[in-house]
Design a protein. Structure first.
Length: 538
């Protein structure tokens, strides 16, 4: 951090002080063009920041913050393959997977091209029926076995872009709970079902357990052992282990330790995308992300969508005290976007020490949550409008989202724009009094109709739910996440916090199995473990 940073943060604090009693509607009253200035666009995405509590002074300070924290240089370093994942001492080259700065990485690029070409050949073979199951019939269904980054991105994309003409029906199994696999395969024909086993480490208990159970399901249905390989594909850094598990070499696709799991949908980890949607959809996704990478590399901070998204989130969380961030996509096809973004942003930036190990002096990533509009309106929006918590939000409106009934789609768009406006304008005490009095309430009781409004949020309008736009949208969130990490001084690419629970689960397993008491376990945990043992093992 440059020596100017503390001074800049002080100026931002003062700027907040000056703005804190203002209303966003008031800012529009005196500056009706603000939506033209406070917006960034790239390949079919327009991110409108004008409904944030900010003015030109704040915008300018945030742009200065980008330069003080060297955000453009940080992004160039990521793309160039510097060891931005400092604790694991390796690069995070997800941008290369879509061809960005390929000329800087000839060896990795050759490996990526080989892999893509192998994937394309296999996908074609499966779609044409040249590659079949053990009864020599073409596959009808493909099941992705993976969890976290080996599940959420492909799950989101396959659901968002699925059509009735899809070459294969896509399914996803992540949970070690046997119900997940059992319910999924319950309606499938084993002889026509293909599994893609996705695990970067090939050690993840959930995925190995599900793969073993999927194998047993196929065998119980008559799969001859020597034809197992026809029904499985693996994606992993541990290709040898996948082969030992029983998957033939030509069906094991590599990924590399320079790709983070939650940034990996652009690699063979996304194989179910072309299997389910066709190769051109996968190519469109990569193209959209590459265009957004180029935008991020070449656009000045004030017009740079992911950079301003990160800076505005920093403003919201550091100065406006927002501690949660709601993602509210107004398209059923984007229903899984919040799930994907939860891992991307909270596993990346849910940290408490800086890259050098010092404690953070302010909060790191906000809790991210959300769901498809308009269903959330009939659930938690009450808290957004009248609760006491402070939050930031992204309202996402695709202009074209499917070709379904126009009247219904118009209703959906009306709700998206209405909620964005309602979050800003609220309902004044005068208007609340009128409503209350017309219903016979006294002065005091009329307060229940007040809605404070003035909630800063972004409105993201995207051309369509298309592969290109989705590629750009995801890349924008990826880069926003990284920029926020740089602003916070943390490493976005490790996840040490998730290991502890896995270690303790290994310690608890014997207790569940035998009921033997392990002295290192606290009495409350032991009591629940013994209850489970009693219920299941005796
Ligand atoms: O437990 C967290 C995690 O390591 C994620 O970071 C990762 O995306 C997920 O597990 C799955 O890991 P793998 O692909 O190695 O099975």
């Amino acid at each position: 951090m440059s020596i100017d940073a503390p001074a800049l943060h002080e100026r931002l604090r003062e700027a907040h002080g000056a703005l804190s009693h203002q209303r966003i509607t008031g800012l529009f009253d005196t500056d009706s063009d603000r939506h033209e200035r406070y917006q960034c666009h790239s390949n079919g995405l327009v991110v409108d920041f004008s409904k944030h509590l900010l003015n030109d002074h704040v915008w300018q300070l945030l742009v200065e913050l980008a330069s003080v924290h060297a955000l453009p240089e940080a992004f160039a370093a990521l793309v160039a393959g510097h060891s931005v994942n400092t604790s694991e001492r390796r690069p995070a080259l997800h941008t290369l997977l879509r061809g960005t700065a390929a000329e800087q990485h000839p060896d990795h690029t050759a490996a990526i091209r080989d892999t893509l070409s192998g994937m394309a050949t296999l996908v074609t073979g499966i779609h044409t029926g040249a590659e079949t199951g053990w009864t020599d019939q073409a596959f009808t269904d493909v099941v992705n076995l993976g969890i976290g980054g080996s599940d959420l991105g492909p799950r989101f994309i396959c659901d968002a872009l699925s059509t009735s003409e899809a070459p294969l029906r896509a399914h996803f199994v992540a949970n070690i709970d046997p119900e997940d696999l059992d319910r999924t395969v319950g309606t499938l024909d084993p002889s026509r079902t293909l599994f893609v086993m996705c695990s970067k480490s090939f050690t993840t208990e959930e995925t190995l357990s599900n793969a073993d159970r999927a194998k047993a399901w196929l065998q119980a249905a008559g799969l001859p052992p020597h034809r197992l390989g026809q029904h499985f594909i693996a994606v992993t850094t541990q290709v040898n282990r996948a082969q030992q598990w029983g998957i033939p070499a030509e069906r094991c696709f590599p990924i590399w330790d320079w790709v983070g799991g939650r940034y990996s949908l652009w690699s063979a980890m996304g194989l179910i995308i072309p299997l389910a949607l066709g190769w051109s959809a996968f190519e469109g996704l990569l193209r959209g992300a590459r265009t957004l990478d180029h935008h991020t590399l070449t656009t000045e901070p004030s017009k740079n969508a992911p950079m301003m998204m990160a800076l505005l989130e920093f403003w919201q969380t550091r100065y406006l005290n927002a501690n949660t961030h709601a993602v509210l996509p107004y398209a059923q096809t984007l229903q899984h976007l919040p799930d994907f973004l939860q891992q991307l942003t909270m596993e990346s930036n849910g940290k408490r020490v800086s890259t050098t190990g010092g404690p953070l002096t302010s909060d790191s990533a906000p809790v991210l949550w959300g769901s498809a509009g308009t269903t959330g309106q009939h659930s938690y929006y009450q808290l957004l409008h009248q609760g006491t918590r402070s939050f930031s939000a992204d309202i996402i409106l695709p202009l074209i989202s499917g070709r379904g009934d126009l009247t219904a789609r118009r209703g959906l768009a009306a709700h998206a724009l209405a909620q964005s406006r309602a979050l800003m304008v609220g309902r004044s005490p005068e208007a609340a009094r009128q409503i209350g009095q017309s219903r016979g309430f006294n002065e005091q009781e009329c307060h229940q109709f007040e809605i404070p409004g003035n909630h800063s949020h972004s409105l993201i309008v995207m051309d369509a739910v298309s592969p290109e736009c989705l590629g750009g949208l995801i890349a924008a969130y990826e880069h926003k996440t990284y920029f926020l990490a740089v602003l916070l001084g943390i490493n976005a690419f490790d996840q040490w916090g998730v290991e502890l629970g896995k270690e303790i689960a290994t310690e608890i397993q014997p207790l569940l199995e035998t009921g033997a008491t392990a002295s290192a376990i606290d009495p409350a945990t032991r009591q629940a473990a013994l209850a489970w043992h009693e219920a299941n093992m005796t």
